[in-house]
Design a binder for this molecule. Sequence first.
Ligand code: DX5
Ligand code: ZN
Length: 218
Amino acid sequence: DRSIKIAPSILSADFANFGQEIRAIESQGADWVHVDVMDGHFVPNLTFGPAMCKAIRPHIGTVMDVHLMIAPVDPYIAAFAEAGADIITAHVEAGPHIHRTLQAIRATGKKAGLALNPGTPAAATAELLDLVDLVCVMTVNPGFGGQKFIHSQLDKIRTLRKMIGDRPIHIEIDGGITAETAPLVAAAGADVLVAGSGVFSGGSVDKADVYGQNIAAI
Ligand code: DX5
Ligand code: ZN
């Protein structure tokens, strides 16, 4: 299914009201819920771990898309699987054994995603495409919401779309997605658009319609 899906990132939601925030975006058309896990080591920011994912899981009626910006990854795969992730995405840069990591994610029965930092070429996925359900192209350097879209990544998206061919692999774009950049990445071959500040900016739990307008604009 190559229709465009919107995956709001709760990194930009009200951390004291995840349940209400998730209900608001889902009622306004969000397709997946994107959960950014950061460790203060692989990326220069800290968010939350498997216990928080487990706590919010009952509030998610769609897909829980967990983006691990952590290193190492392998010791935590089981915990995120048990927390109810549907998709677990690890970074190709997170360690020397990404092949093993992807196998381990698949072994839990969850879908496996592979994320690429802006400095990593599409070719880094070449030996891994048979192990993944999703490739996540970072269009900002990971760590923070609200950064500016890096336009040089559009060529990478086009290259990946060619490499993937007929395989049932999503191309997800993460970072700087707005009403302006969304059409560019969709035209380049992306089908899942993560959006944090673009969805939640200016909103609040009692302004679900603002989220809906933002989601519709993307
Ligand atoms: C960045 C995260 C993104 C981030 C996107 O490290 O992986 O998911 O929340 O935020 P925006 O849409 O504000 O760039
Ligand atoms: Zn993310």
